[in-house]
Write a protein that binds this ligand. Structure first.
Ligand SMILES: Cc1ncc(COP(=O)(O)O)c(C=O)c1O
Length: 237
């Protein structure tokens, strides 16, 4: 027996029984296809008003915020997680130690490897929490690994990061929409919506870093004082 919610969800899609590749590419709902078709038609007939996009973006930020349990003022939109991870990479002082997971998705690993100024260490997922030390500035990991579906032990990782004063960046692309996400645990998250959130490619979210005042801050770019969770510093950890 299926619940009314599941029946409603199943009725929201075209008949795609047997499709098992949402981890690669999620499918759109019929409503999303109708809306996009209408918008394309408006674009093609020069009747599109870009001023209307703002409301859609605000609603979308609100949806992501609700889904992962944070305030929408902390949610930024973008086109790809790799771009957003790059902003975080650029915000780190030279010499910062970044811990990543072996075989994690390239979009959250390569932006840090590209920065010769950063010291990046890759460890197996199971050893991530135990590998955090006082010299770790940032721990980067996917909540669910795209290559094998393994779920990170967020409790252990977050506890170890707090103990050693490290920040956390969690990619929730393979989790949001299909697995519970409590983004309040992390300093920042990134998420591309084209998997379990059934969007087209090019819709991504990031959650800005917390400050000690409890407000949000946009990511800072290289060369400016870095503020991560209220700790203003230009010196590498
Ligand atoms: C964990 C994870 N993050 C991010 C992405 C998408 O990366 P990007 O937004 O840079 O295209 C994928 C796509 O497979 C993924 O599995």
């Amino acid at each position: 027996m299926t619940s009314p919610a599941l029946t409603h969800a199943m009725g929201s899609f075209a008949n795609t029984h047997g499709y098992l590749s949402a981890a690669t590419m999620g499918l759109p709902t019929c409503a999303a296809v109708a809306e996009m078709t209408e918008k394309l038609q408006q674009w093609a007939t020069a009747t599109c008003n870009p001023m209307n996009y703002g409301d859609i973006v605000e609603r979308t930020r609100g949806h992501y915020a609700r889904l992962v349990g944070i305030d929408s003022t902390r949610v930024a939109i973008g086109s790809q997680t790799s771009v957003m991870a790059s902003l975080v990479a650029c915000s780190l002082p030279a010499g910062s130690h970044v811990l990543v997971v072996e075989s994690d998705f390239t979009s959250i690993v390569f932006p840090f490897l590209q920065h010769r100024d950063l010291v990046v260490q890759a460890v197996p997922l199971a050893q991530l929490a135990a590998s955090i030390t006082d010299s770790t500035a940032l721990v980067v990991f996917s909540l669910i690994q795209s290559c094998n579906g393994k779920v990170a032990d967020t409790e252990a990782i977050v506890a170890a990061a707090a103990q050693h004063g490290a920040r956390t960046l969690c990619d929730v692309t393979q989790a949001a929409g299909v697995y519970p996400v409590d983004a309040t645990q992390f300093d920042a998250t990134v998420c591309h919506a084209y998997k379990w959130l059934c969007s087209p490619r090019g819709v991504a979210f990031s959650q800005s870093l917390k400050t000690s005042a409890g407000t949000s801050l946009p990511f800072r770019l290289a060369g400016t004082p870095v503020m991560m969770c209220g700790a203003a510093s230009t010196a590498p950890k």
